[in-house]
Design a binder for this molecule. Structure first.
Ligand SMILES: NC(=O)c1ccc[n+]([C@@H]2O[C@H](COP(=O)([O-])OP(=O)(O)OC[C@H]3O[C@@H](n4cnc5c(N)ncnc54)[C@H](OP(=O)(O)O)[C@@H]3O)[C@@H](O)[C@H]2O)c1
Length: 299
């Protein structure tokens, strides 16, 4: 099976490369060869690549920049997704696509279900929602997976930023009035591929699902947990858990509004695929172990 993976250089894409290799040959063209900013170029490229499965992990993920870079965000998150989904439907090629908790406004007082009405607060969320709609309207056999607060053993996420800041500073602050579940790329990759295998084998189960780690916290709670868990794994931090100050979103300047409630109810995914999703704290420990090991190997 030839698997086309877009966004292979991203956080999730890196985790998916090895996991998808269990299913076949993974082709992960870089942006210069398969540019989702150029939606009109993609049909010919898909014809030439002729994949048996498409996994779209590419996205315009700069949430604040998207507020003023609307056309670029829409091209990657919506227009190109529509082209890819239509190609997948026309060629009966299965598609895995990722979306986000940011399609919701966060006003509900419980975790969001797939049946809840999206109402994005920012451009990123709005363009991701347009991408979802394009996938669903295409009629492709698709697994559409909404996830949240993505991080992995790499740079460019909250964990990496906190580890750097905590090594440099003796105190810092983090937003306490946004709640969600930090979800690592290893979990998403393994759970996606396990679900995909079942869909491919049974021919059923395609659709929209929420996929995130179990449990919930705020960005503040996440930072405190990092400060608790990292020192025992060899990370030299200046900042102890008690020196982290909870602050409100309004005190953290950002261009884009973010939902206060990012919690995703993942019971449909768990029940459909028989998969129990681990708690975010347990997964954080695992990712810190991986980071500590790679740091140790590099020194
Ligand atoms: N990050 C989060 O907290 C979060 C939360 C919820 C859902 N998600 C969703 O999860 C999925 C994976 O996110 P992630 O965190 O892994 O993202 P990421 O680390 O920012 O990676 C994005 C990937 O998309 C690629 N990309 C961006 N623009 C492109 C273009 N014009 N053409 C081709 N490729 C392009 C990037 O390639 P380059 O290396 O060339 O830039 C990179 O490989 C996305 O669908 C995202 O919306 C993410």
């Amino acid at each position: 099976m030839k698997v086309l993976l877009t966004g292979g250089s991203g956080q999730l894409g890196r985790a998916l490369r090895s996991t998808l290799a269990e299913l076949g040959d993974v082709v992960a063209p870089p942006r210069v060869e398969f540019d989702l900013g150029q939606a009109l170029s993609l049909t010919g490229k898909l014809d030439a690549l002729a994949p048996d499965l498409i996994v779209n992990a590419a996205a315009y993920t700069a949430v604040d920049a998207a507020e003023t870079d609307v056309a670029a965000a829409r091209a990657v998150n919506a227009e190109s997704v529509a082209v890819i989904a239509r190609w997948a439907a026309a060629h009966d090629v299965p598609l895995v696509h990722y979306s986000t908790d940011y399609v919701f406004d966060g006003a509900l007082c419980r975790p969001y279900r797939e049946s809840d009405t999206p109402a994005p607060l920012n451009v990123y969320g709005a363009t991701k929602l347009e991408g979802e709609e394009a996938v669903l309207e295409s009629g492709a056999r698709a697994l559409l997976l909404r996830t949240s607060w993505v991080y992995g053993p790499n740079d460019g996420n909250f964990l990496a930023t906190m580890l750097r800041l905590m090594a440099e500073r003796s105190e810092l602050s983090a937003v306490a009035d946004q709640v969600g579940a930090p979800t690592d790329t290893g979990l998403i990759a393994r759970a996606s591929v396990a679900a995909l295998r079942q869909c491919l084998e049974s021919g059923a189960g395609w659709g929209l699902y929420h996929l995130a780690a179990a449990g919930e916290t705020s960005w503040y709670g996440y930072a405190v947990e990092i400060a608790r868990q990292a020192p025992s794994r060899g990370f030299a931090l200046q900042c102890v858990p008690d020196a982290i100050r909870p602050i409100a979103s309004r005190d953290w300047p950002a261009s884009a509004r973010r939902p206060a409630n990012s919690r995703l109810d993942c019971s449909l995914f768990s029940a459909t695929f028989g998969l129990t999703l681990p708690c975010w704290r347990q997964r954080l420990a695992e990712v810190l172990d991986q980071l500590a090991e790679s740091h140790h190997d590099a020194t």
